[in-house]
Design a binder for this molecule. Structure first.
Ligand code: GLU
Length: 272
């Protein structure tokens, strides 16, 4: 089971199409299902208009999905349940620090008590007593990966001070609940993966296989993103857009003048 999980903060751009295409091809290559999950937990940054633009773009590209799209904004009860489970086992603690007080890795100020502060967010522990947690894992694109979660990330937020569920918790709960076995997404997210592996382990969920696709860089070498002002995909020629994304994935030129035909051919040459 694969999935594409866009945050509706803007339309798809050339970079997000690379991740969507790779994930779609991977699912179809393995004769699996492909789900679309709208990651709209961060309400104020997301809009239903962007969601319908994204779904329209996927349709026009022939990237058809199975079932109905799922909306994270409707799944708070599942995230709460997982948080309660972690809390009941002592893996979380309330944190009273403001963002300004925590410029980098959290110094664990509230790890053993609030010391008179008011609880704001909820954090997850990334160490067991004195013992550090080091994650070794395999990425299907990048090969062996390692991260010392305790030192390189530190205790991270699961529920923000404004009540919004953190991406890390929502994505792990949803991938498990939707039985996603193959996560394919952009390399900008690769250093989030150990946080997700840690959560999966604590919650007793299986680990999906991970593949992080190359990023499309803007002319100035910056990562292409909505923040750096990436323009929406030009869909006057959907096959051309697919072919450009395929090149980033190292796929050969693929014939076909209609997206459906092109995609069928591309799934055959996907390296799996
Ligand atoms: N919603 C995330 C994004 O648009 C992707 C999450 C994921 O694929 O795990 O960047």
């Amino acid at each position: 089971m694969g999935r594409f999980a866009p945050s509706p903060t803007g339309p798809l751009h050339e970079g997000s199409l690379v991740a969507a295409l790779a994930s779609w091809l991977d699912a179809r290559f393995h004769e699996g299902r492909w789900l679309v999950r709208i990651e709209d937990v961060d309400g104020p940054r997301c809009s239903p208009a962007h969601t319908s633009t994204i779904l329209g773009q996927l349709r026009r590209l022939g990237l058809d999905w199975d079932g109905e799209p799922v909306y994270q904004s409707e799944r708070g009860a599942l995230y709460r349940q997982a948080l309660e489970e972690l809390s009941s086992r002592g893996w979380t603690y309330p944190c009273g620090c403001t963002r300004k007080e925590v410029p980098g890795i959290y110094p664990r100020t509230c790890a053993s008590g609030l010391n008179g502060k008011t609880a704001r967010s909820t954090r997850l522990r990334t160490s067991r007593g004195e013992e550090e947690i080091v994650l070794d894992w395999h990425d299907r694109w990048l090969g062996p990966q390692r991260q010392n979660l305790t030192r390189e990330v530190g205790d991270f937020v699961l529920r923000r001070a404004d009540g919004i569920w953190a991406y890390q918790l929502a994505v792990v709960v949803d991938d498990a609940e939707q039985q996603v076995t193959h996560v394919v997404r952009g390399q900008d997210l690769v250093d989030n993966t150990p946080r997700q592996l840690h959560l999966q382990r604590l919650l007793g969920y299986p680990h999906p296989a991970y593949l992080h696709t190359p990023l499309v860089l803007a002319a100035d070498g910056q990562k292409l993103s909505k923040q750096t002002g990436a323009t929406a995909l030009d869909l006057s020629d959907p096959v051309g857009a697919l072919q450009r994304a395929a090149r980033v994935l190292g796929l050969p030129p693929i014939p076909g003048s209609k997206p459906a035909v092109w995609l069928e051919q591309a799934a055959r040459v996907w390296p799996g």
